[in-house]
Structure formats: structure tokens, C-alpha cells
Design a binder for this molecule. Structure first.
Ligand code: NDP
Length: 236
């Protein structure tokens, strides 16, 4: 996948999503950067000025299926009537911190599920007709969503929602296999963003570059797998 591609990145206005967008543009891809408030996405709008015609900033709220459908209606205007997406990066995510057993909030659980699991699943389902045969879908999961690696009670609403995203990944991989579409869940490492915090180990640029290397090198046998930004398998 080295030629210019059409890529959609969700949660593209900051953090790892913004880094994906920067790096994809730098290598010549055409990017649809989806975010909740395009008018306030200063960095993206600046990038759009630097890459005229190759970056489109469109609205999307992962929790609102109505906006998924609106995005699907807009995409042919950007891709051309016969154009298709070569890569969908389901990056938007949320983490509610400071949760302790006995005080886990129902609204946080619901919000995390709708953002981190239902959002990517439903968006991929809605955009499936617009994915090219042989396209790739990369779902930003987390080691915190791994049942096998969980050793303590931490970030429960996030962990539950990312475990659900992992199941969504496997189901999407199966649903799209006959079109040669590869769907994987990935762990970006612990990344220095608003979510990861200043003490995190990995720079957002390194995480994005590592994940793009992985999604470039996967084949149909890898569909439905969970790997990290350096290509190591992650236990479910
Ligand atoms: P940030 O908190 O820095 O950025 C999150 C992004 O998601 C923002 O663009 C935010 O937009 C967007 N977003 C949140 N909710 C919604 C929504 N309902 N609809 C659309 N966009 C939304 O996080 P990171 O960049 O660190 O994380 C990116 C992904 O990587 C996430 O899925 C996260 O779970 C995952 N990840 C991150 C790790 C880390 O250490 N940082 C570790 C493991 C996984 P807005 O500005 O509008 O809020």
C-alpha cells in the first residue's frame, strides 16, 4: 500500500489522531479528518491550508449514528462518486479517570461504550459500502481492554469498552473478510497525549508512525488480530 490512498481518521483534531493525519499527508495520502467541531479544529484547519485539496475536515461524533450517516453522504463529494476509502482509522476515544469500585458511574460506562465500542462498530458498518475491496480498518484499542492482561481494578469504564471494541474488531473482520478487508485492533503503547498524560512513555508521533507501519504490513491472515505499535501480538 505505498501509492496515494484515501484515509479517514476519527478524532483527528488532537493527540494520536492529529499525528496520523500529519504523517498521512506527509507521505502523499488524501485524508478525511473527522472531528466533533471542525470549526474549532485549529491544527487541522492549518494543515488543510498547507495541503489544499488533500485534507478535508468533516464533522463526526462517534456517539451519534446520525453523524455517521451524514459523513457517509458527504464522502462521495470528497472521494469522487467511484472513489473508495483504502483505510479507516477508528481513533476517537474517551477515558474517564478516577473511578473506584462502588462509585463507578452509569453515565460514564454508557458514554465510554458508545464512544469506544459502539462508535467504531457502527461507523464501520455504515461506511462498509464506501470501503475499497482489500481496504484496512484499524481500531485503536488498548492493553487496558485485554482480559488476559488485567491484574487489578483500574479504569473500569474504559477497560470494559475497549474489551467490547476488541470483540467488535473480530466480528467486523469476519463480516468483511469476503471483500478482502483487513480489520485489526491495535495498542498504541502509553502515549503522551491529553489522555495518556505528560509522564507517558511514547511520543504521539512515534506511536502513529509505528501503527501506520503495522497497518501497511498486515495481510488477510492478520485480520481479527490484536497487535501493538511495534507489531507484537497482544493477548485478548
Ligand atoms: P486524546 O484524549 O488526546 O484524543 C482523543 C480524541 O478523540 C480527540 O480528538 C477527541 O475529540 C476525540 N473524541 C472523543 N470523543 C469523541 C466523540 N464522541 N466523537 C468524536 N471524537 C471524539 O486521546 P489519544 O490521542 O491519546 O487517544 C487516541 C486513541 O488511542 C483513543 O482511542 C485511545 O483510547 C487510544 N489509546 C491511547 C493511549 C494513550 O496512552 N494515549 C493508550 C491506549 C489507547 P475532542 O477534542 O472533540 O474531545
Amino acid at each position: 500500500m505505498s501509492e496515494s490512498r484515501h484515509v479517514l481518521v476519527t478524532g483527528a483534531n488532537r493527540g494520536i489522531g492529529l499525528e496520523f493525519t500529519r504523517q498521512l499527508l506527509a507521505r502523499g495520502d488524501r485524508v478525511v479528518a473527522a472531528c466533533r467541531q471542525p470549526g474549532k479544529a485549529t491544527d487541522l484547519n492549518h494543515l488543510a491550508g498547507e495541503h489544499p485539496g488533500r485534507l478535508h475536515v468533516l464533522p463526526l461524533d462517534a456517539t451519534a449514528p446520525k453523524t455517521h450517516a451524514e459523513l457517509a453522504r458527504e464522502l462521495p463529494l470528497v472521494l469522487g462518486e467511484d472513489g473508495r476509502l483504502d483505510l479507516l482509522i477508528n481513533n476517537a476515544g474517551v477515558l474517564h479517570s478516577g473511578e473506584a469500585f462502588g462509585r463507578v458511574d452509569a453515565a460514564n460506562l454508557d458514554h465510554s461504550f458508545r464512544t469506544n465500542a459502539a462508535g467504531p462498530f457502527l461507523l464501520t458498518q455504515t461506511l462498509a459500502p464506501l470501503l475499497a475491496d482489500g481496504a484496512r480498518v484499524m481500531n485503536l484499542s488498548s492493553r487496558l481492554g485485554s482480559i488476559a492482561l488485567t491484574t487489578r481494578f483500574g479504569t473500569p469504564t474504559y477497560a470494559i469498552s475497549k474489551a467490547a471494541l476488541n470483540m467488535a474488531t473480530v466480528l467486523l473482520a469476519q463480516a468483511l473478510a469476503d471483500r478482502g478487508i483487513v480489520v485489526i485492533a491495535v495498542s498504541p503503547g502509553w502515549v503522551r497525549t491529553e489522555m495518556g498524560g505528560e509522564g507517558a512513555e511514547v511520543a504521539p508521533g512515534d506511536a502513529a508512525a509505528g501503527l501506520l507501519r503495522q497497518i501497511d504490513s498486515v495481510s488477510s491472515e492478520d485480520s481479527g488480530r490484536f497487535i501493538d505499535w511495534q507489531g507484537e501480538a497482544v493477548d485478548w
